[in-house]
Design a protein around this ligand. Structure first.
Ligand SMILES: [Zn+2]
Length: 366
């Protein structure tokens, strides 16, 4: 403690030695100018007073005062005008944006974004509405505009935000980075986030034999959640959910991908199955993936899996934005809180991660 105080004291002393000469210099520089202005002002006030008190010239003092005030007002106004001319708001206004949009954009964007908006040289109709989108991420502003310009499908703004947030405009070959495994059950593995060959879940537990055709393992929380879900599913629909595939090591994934290079199997390192939090589920009654999709238990599982902490990782009708295939059998365990939120907000895990988790992780790293 004492040492810290000493360090702070020394630091302040040092700063003072630097600051003192600087203050002196400024004093010497501005004092004559200031004194000069002051004497001018005093002389002017004196003169006015003289005129006012001088009975012969009293008629002159009023117009003089009014004229002086007018000059003052005009110069203040023109100063304001000149200053405004150089503000971001005015620069955006000159591109043809309405005043309220220009004002909002100038407040919401940082310097670089404003510069790039001005460099576009024209009024971009989505610039303003996009910053009011529910899942707008400030860092992605330029990319939203660029993606919208290149998009030929006339996608709604919400889809543009979602697509860019999950990196559809980026090249996975160039932008892929290691998965942040400290996120545990919320770790993101996709085309842009990979696991290395050494990554293995901290703990794995076997599913009971009656729930799988061959030995399957997953993180203990996943096994527990699956058992609770299948129990309720059986009660509601009479069908028995089965785990087709769960944890797959990096090595196993190499084999899976080789057998199915263009289909649903991801490249080794890019498969969620390596996390131990993903399972492929069908039922004893509908062991094939596609009839399972429309079976009673398949529909029940889609509607209720979030109650047990699972999400349907690759839902229908989002694939075109997210660039993946619909997989009604692939569940991902994220815990009940996150699963409920994604379910209620109707967003995929990639969107959830981009909006709720990544910005936080970034600020923590800074
Ligand atoms: Zn799967």
């Amino acid at each position: 403690m004492r040492q810290t105080i000493d360090v702070i004291r020394q630091w302040i002393a040092h700063q003072w030695t630097v600051l003192k000469p600087w203050m002196l210099r400024q004093w010497q520089r501005f004092m004559p100018w200031f004194l000069h202005q002051w004497s001018l002002f005093k002389a002017w006030v004196n003169r006015m007073w003289h005129l006012w008190t001088d009975r012969d010239n009293r008629w002159l003092s009023l117009p003089c005062t009014v004229a002086a005030l007018l000059v003052l007002l005009v110069s203040v106004k023109s100063c304001q005008g000149i200053v405004y001319y150089y503000t971001p708001e005015c620069k955006i206004l000159k591109l043809g944006y309405p005043i309220d949009e220009a004002r909002a954009l100038a407040t919401a964007l940082n310097h670089e974004q404003i510069d790039s908006l001005i460099a576009r040289g024209e009024h971009d109709t989505i610039a303003y509405p996009i910053i009011n989108e529910r899942y707008y991420i400030a860092d992605n502003f330029d990319r939203y505009l660029a993606f919208h310009k290149s998009d030929t499908t006339d996608a709604p703004l919400a889809d543009i935000v979602a697509a860019v947030n999950v990196g559809i405009d980026l090249d996975p070959q160039e932008s892929a980075e290691p998965c942040d495994t400290t996120m545990d059950r919320l770790m993101l593995v996709n085309r842009f986030h990979y696991l290395n060959e050494h990554h293995k879940p901290r703990k794995l537990k076997e599913f009971k034999k009656i729930f799988c055709y061959e030995e399957q393992k997953a993180a203990p929380a996943v096994v527990k959640a699956f058992e609770a879900m299948q129990k309720d599913c059986k009660k509601q629909t009479g069908a028995q959910l089965m785990v087709n595939s769960a944890y797959r090591s990096y090595k196993q994934q190499i084999g899976t991908h080789k057998r199915n290079p263009k289909g649903y199997a991801a490249r080794a390192g890019f498969s969620e199955h390596q996390t131990g939090f993903a399972i492929d589920v069908t039922s004893l009654q509908h062991p094939m993936r596609w009839p399972f999709d429309t079976s009673e238990e398949g529909i029940w599982m889609r509607e209720h899996c979030h109650e047990y902490g699972f999400i349907l990782r690759y839902p229908k009708d989002r694939g075109h934005i997210m660039n993946y295939n619909y997989e009604p059998w692939h569940l991902r365990y994220v815990g009940k809180v996150a699963a409920r939120q994604m379910h209620d907000e109707d967003i995929t895990f990639d969107e959830y991660y981009a909006y709720y988790i990544e910005p936080q992780a970034k600020t923590q790293r800074r």
